[in-house]
Ligand binder design. Structure first.
Ligand SMILES: Nc1ncnc2c1ncn2[C@@H]1O[C@H](COP(=O)(O)OP(=O)(O)OP(=O)(O)O)[C@@H](O)[C@H]1O
Length: 398
């Protein structure tokens, strides 16, 4: 059996008016982008329903791509048939035969076209009866069926489909504005980026790199992580900030116990500047509460004090196990655990202050040429644009 189309389902319930139109438009645009390699495939809209028309294209690779689209709650391979009882019966039988491991089923008919002569209850019986007679041993279970056979009778044509494949949910990327993700080479920040994308933001990323204290491989690891995230986000601008001088200066002039606090404060100043230059309205980090010294509430207060920009921390409510398991699902884990050091680990103080206060941080920072250091780091930032359909060698520097 060859399916004709894939019926798409999105969380339209919470959306109204103008929002709904913009949401749909963005979703269609993102799906088109995701399916760009399949030349025959078309996306169509009919009576408020979105479909992927396969036009002869093999379905499995298309389904694989749809699994990575935010905004899709679910999708179902479907058959489009004439609105005639025999055609509906045959299509339902095909759906059942295509799901060989299912032991029970239930037909759910909907009659959007009220001029169709058979009511939905009667249609359920007639189609269910036909399937029972013609399919391999399978039974009806109206309460907990393993397979739902949906039949939608519409005026132009009817649609018959089985169980939903669960999608990523969330909002279409690009429907909620732009943010800048502070991307380290660790496990948490790529997951934070994924969760930010889930809320519909367009993602840019920034990484602080301290060559030669941190290696080129550490930088490549971050590029690879950003590249993995493009699977869900289309294209990602990655800003790589030269951070060596700043770290050296902090080491030379500031209390060792405050070095992480001050380093983070400077990262935020630079990130805010780059965010503003790029039209991003919030920063995103992989911070969570209480994991490490820099993530106590006191520490967050002292670090945050340098910016008014909202900082989103999508993994704050998750514990490490949950973050790791999501990292595995989205494919960043294996890259994150590669052993190349991050600038934070290289300069890790023996006893970082767990409750740093703002006054001390400011006094320490007064020993640095803050304005120059920030300006030069911003000016020296390297930008890469990574996109989903390109492999690494095609990404380019600006
Ligand atoms: N070199 C860096 N470049 C960009 N952002 C960074 C860098 N180092 C840390 N960050 C940001 O600061 C956050 C907290 O870093 P930290 O090392 O304390 O925590 P973490 O829980 O180990 O996070 P991760 O696993 O993402 O590294 C990171 O999640 C990331 O958002």
């Amino acid at each position: 059996m060859k399916f004709d189309l894939i019926l798409l389902r999105y969380g339209e319930l919470a959306l109204k008016g103008k929002n709904k139109a913009a949401f749909e438009q963005k979703l269609i645009q993102n799906i088109r982008q995701q399916l760009i390699e399949f030349e025959a495939v078309r996306i169509t809209k009919e009576q408020g329903r979105l479909f992927v028309e396969l036009n002869g294209q093999e379905m499995e690779p298309v389904l694989e791509k749809l699994r990575d689209v935010f905004g899709l709650v679910g999708f179902s391979p479907a058959l489009r048939v004439e609105s005639k009882l025999e055609s509906l019966q045959q299509a339902a039988l095909q759906i059942v035969q295509h799901a060989p491991n299912k032991r029970t089923f239930k037909v759910i008919s909907k009659r959007a076209n009220k001029s169709f002569p058979i009511g939905s209850q009667e249609l359920n019986h007639q189609i269910g009866g036909y399937v029972l007679k013609n399919a391999q041993p399978i039974q009806v279970d109206v309460h907990y069926p393993e397979l739902f056979v949906h039949v939608e009778v519409r005026s132009k044509a009817s649609y018959v489909y089985g169980n939903d494949i669960v999608g990523l949910g969330g909002l279409p990327v690009g429907s909620s504005g732009k943010v800048l993700l502070l991307l380290s080479g660790g496990i948490d920040s790529p997951v934070a980026g994924f969760l930010a994308l889930k809320r519909g933001v367009e993602l840019q990323a920034i990484h602080f790199h301290s060559f030669p204290f941190t290696s080129e491989r550490a930088k490549q690891k971050v590029i690879d992580l950003a590249q993995i995230l493009t699977r869900f986000g289309g294209s990602i601008r990655l800003h790589i900030v030269p951070f060596t001088e700043i770290q050296t200066e902090i080491n030379k002039h500031c209390y060792e116990s405050y070095s992480i606090t001050i380093m983070r404060r400077i990262m935020l100043r630079i990130a805010e500047e780059i965010a503003k230059q790029n039209g991003a309205l919030a920063l995103v980090t992989g911070e969570s509460l209480g994991q490490v010294a820099s993530q106590t509430l006191e520490s967050m207060n002292t670090i945050n004090a340098v910016t008014n920009m909202p900082i989103l921390r999508p993994v704050v409510g998750m514990d490490k196990q949950e973050i790791m398991s999501l990292a595995k699902q989205i494919g960043t884990y294996e890259t994150s655990i590669l052993p190349y050091e991050d600038c934070c680990t290289v300069f890790l103080p023996k006893a970082p202050k767990t409750k740093p206060d703002q006054e001390t941080a400011e006094r320490q920072e007064a020993r640095l040429e803050m304005e120059r250091l920030v300006r030069e780091a911003v000016e020296g930032t390297e930008v890469m644009v990574l996109s989903a359909e390109q492999e690494d060698e095609f990404s380019y520097f600006e």
